[in-house]
Design a protein around this ligand. Structure first.
Ligand SMILES: [Mg+2]
Length: 276
């Protein structure tokens, strides 16, 4: 049996119920170990991930869970999970640092795939853990914020577009050089701190562009937002100008450019590096 979009929403909202009361509180930041994704695991990350695992077990589904803290783990019958190629790609808290410091921008990101690659992601849910807003998408059916259909904005470079940049403090000079051809055209720049949620902002037209320069950006942060953005008409490509369609896995890391359709040409013209 395949997981339904309502079941995915229930998982996301259960995480909201569990973690919302401790956002910004000291207990949320208690550390234990390093998760499979490489970041320090805090209490809030473990709480969110365990909530997800408990519900998935209850649904009696056979699938491969790819999640930030546990890495890759089969739930239910492994043979059936492999045969049916069912994969759940999860970031239990995207924006953990925001969540423990009380900065109201964090989310839970859940993508469901039937296959081996990003193109096989068929359902996604991202819940804003501060506002309880639910972004979701089903392949071929469009993207939604709660009950309303969402779409990318139609703003171009001369329409005062909003950009978000995610940039590492390391190599900042080199990274800013890369942005040099376009940065003066930006009307407003943000660095918000939850990749999953920011892909939803581009999908719903709140942002025109989200450039994630961090090569350490993980698939678990991006998988659900990737489908929500695509189904809303958004563009998602690499700095080589190519479609990004990686094999699903905990170790997948990549930088990317996400935008509305209007901005795509401008970004490609100015940012794409010719392959040597
Ligand atoms: Mg996380």
């Amino acid at each position: 049996m395949s997981i339904s979009i309502d079941e995915l929403k229930k998982i996301g909202l259960s995480v909201y119920d569990k973690v919302h009361p401790i956002l910004g509180r000291k207990v949320a930041a208690e550390t234990s170990k390093r998760g499979a994704g490489g970041d320090i695991t805090m209490y809030i990350d473990t709480l969110a991930e365990n909530t997800i695992i408990d519900i998935v077990k209850n649904y009696r589904l056979d699938l491969l869970l790819i999640s930030e803290e546990v890495g890759e783990k089969y739930i239910g019958n492994q043979e059936k999970a492999i045969k049916n190629k069912r994969v759940l790609i999860v970031d239990p808290i995207d924006g953990s640092n925001n969540s423990v410091r009380g900065i109201p921008y964090c989310s839970v990101s859940i993508a469901y795939a039937e296959g081996t690659h990003m193109r096989d992601i068929v359902k996604s849910v991202i819940v804003n853990l501060n506002t309880k807003d639910v972004y979701w998408a089903e392949k071929g059916r469009g993207s939604f914020l709660n009950d309303e259909r969402i779409n990318i904005s139609a703003l171009g470079i001369s329409d005062k577009p909003f950009f978000e940049i995610n940039i590492s403090p390391h190599n900042i000079k080199k990274n800013l050089e890369l942005l040099d051809p376009i940065i003066s055209k930006f009307h407003r720049i943000r660095i918000l701190g939850s990749t999953a949620l920011s892909l939803c902002q581009v999908a719903s037209g709140s942002l025109e562009v989200f450039i994630n320069l961090r090569k350490s950006n993980r698939l678990v942060d991006t998988a659900a937002g990737f489908l929500i953005l695509k189904e809303a008409g958004g563009k998602f490509f690499s700095f080589e100008g190519e479609e990004i369609d990686l094999e699903l896995g905990i170790d997948k890391r990549f930088s990317f450019i996400a935008s509305n359709a209007q901005m795509e040409g401008f970004l490609r013209q100015n940012l794409i590096t010719e392959k040597k």
